[in-house]
Design a binder for this molecule. Structure first.
Ligand code: NAD
Length: 432
């Protein structure tokens, strides 16, 4: 069945359908037996739970949580937990599929998982948020654990929430199980470098892309959509590399300065005001204006479906580094390909987070911890190798970076299936 870009002329924005399309296309291009796609197109398990939380006014609210576990042939499933009003099953399933590909691509012994709760955390007090976090873990306890499924932070969840979740899991098991969750504070077994890992990985990928395109970083400018964990660290590290970061946006607005924003002061401003909007000396900028800005590097680091058939034609950047998961629709992608933009696809670009989560899980198993420099050095090696595998596949198959990332990810999953005896007589087109 040919892969469709559109359904009845409408742009496809359902992330589950998008993930299925991309995997199908890779499986076809790798000449894999139909059965490989049939296995990869669905998650192994999705669990939906109700989480009652007693509100501060004494009334009970009941939140819906879910967890998708895609495939575990390389190791336990692994992936973040998102707290957002827009969480839905298709999104969580797609995110778990991307996690499988990401881990395979980087060479981590993990499958893909993802979780979420339909909630606007800003509407909860700290006590209510803690009760919700603990309740989520109590409900999912039978299917998670360090050798089954290992959660981590994602949108609107952080180290504190991971700490509450770990505490709840330890109480349920009656022992320390610190490797059950990653992204936790260092004092309770977190890894040095984990908070910065995703942004650091994004910047390593941008540096690799600039090398291949013969561009000098300190002559480049960038814009970043989203100024949370990933966006702010990416902006800070780009700034440190001499890249002029001229614009950023977040849910509360945007800040633009043609001669470059002072990112360190901007981070302080956001800590004090909760948004980049109104930063001293900056002009307001909308998301649409940010995508169309005259710059070399565009980093979407917020939510899905931001680069679309409407925004893609306006992009002037030479490099698009997909720090967010699923920021581009198939139509948006097609337009970027036609414009010859060098896209670093999400499953490669933001894989630094899961990589250092892997290091955290390894350190928890050894009960021995590395210094930050050691973690960053190991991350750099993993990121450069992953970029190189994708780039070599691109050269070998004359494919886009996105297609190549899927070819490497799906190819490695197929290799694991072959090693387990699920498929016969198939070889990966490049050694990686
Ligand atoms: P976060 O909650 O820390 O930050 C999200 C940012 O996006 C915030 O600044 C928010 O204001 C902004 N935002 C939300 N809606 C917006 C809008 N309409 N316009 C502009 N900005 C908007 O989340 P995060 O952890 O930084 O995650 C961002 C993305 O990166 C997500 O797609 C996530 O799945 C992906 N990701 C995160 C990690 C990680 O380690 N945190 C790892 C891999 C991928």
């Amino acid at each position: 069945m040919p892969v469709k870009e559109e359904k009845n002329g409408e742009e496809i924005t359902n992330p589950y359908q998008i993930a299925q399309q991309l995997i199908r296309r890779a499986a076809e291009s790798l000449d894999l037996p139909e059965g490989v796609y049939n296995i990869l197109k669905k998650p192994k398990r999705v669990m939906k739970v109700s989480i009652p939380v007693r509100r501060d006014n004494g009334e009970y609210a009941n939140f819906t949580g879910m967890r998708s576990q895609h495939i575990d042939i390389l190791g336990p499933t692994k992936g973040g937990i998102r707290f957002h009003p827009g969480v839905n099953e298709d999104e969580v399933v797609a995110l778990s599929m991307w996690m499988s590909l990401k881990s395979a691509l980087v060479g981590l012994p993990f499958g893909g998982g993802k979780g979420g709760v339909i909630v606007n955390p800003e509407e909860l007090s700290e006590r209510e948020l803690e009760e919700l976090s603990r309740g989520y873990i109590r409900e999912l306890e039978p299917i998670i654990g360090p050798d089954k499924d290992v959660p981590a932070p994602d949108v609107n969840t952080n180290g504190q929430i991971m700490g509450w979740m770990l505490d709840e899991f330890d109480r349920l098991r009656g022992k320390d199980v610190s490797g059950f969750i990653t992204g936790k504070p260092v004092i309770i077994g977190g890894s040095e470098g984990r908070i910065e890992a995703t942004g650091r990985g994004v910047v390593i990928n941008i540096m690799e892309a600039a090398k291949r395109l013969n561009l000098e970083l300190d002559k480049l400018s960038a814009v970043v959509q989203g100024f949370g964990n990933v966006g702010s660290i990416t902006a800070k590290l780009l700034h440190e590399q001499g890249v002029k970061v001229i614009a950023v946006t977040d849910a509360g607005g945007g800040a633009y300065q043609s001669n470059g924003l002072d990112i360190v002061s901007l981070i302080d401003y956001v800590n004090a005001h909760g948004t980049v909007n109104g930063f001293e000396g900056s002009e307001h900028i909308s998301n649409e204006q940010l995508f169309a800005a005259d710059c070399d590097i565009l980093v979407p680091a917020a939510l899905e479906n931001q680069i679309t058939e409407d925004t893609a034609p306006t992009i002037k950047a030479k490099i698009v580094a997909e720090a967010a998961n699923g920021p581009t629709t198939p139509q948006g992608n097609k337009i970027m390909e036609q414009k010859d933009i060098f896209v670093i696809p999400d499953i490669l670009c933001n894989s630094g987070g899961v990589t250092v989560s892997y290091f955290e899980w390894v350190q928890n198993a050894m009960h021995y911890f590395w210094k930050e420099d050691e973690v960053n050095e190991k991350l750099k090696e993993k990121m450069e190798n992953a970029f190189d595998s994708v780039y070599r596949m691109k050269m070998e198959k004359n494919a886009s970076m996105r297609e190549s990332a899927y070819l490497v990810g799906v190819g490695r999953l197929a290799e694991a299936m072959k090693a387990r005896g699920w498929i016969k007589n198939w070889d990966m087109p490049i050694e990686c």
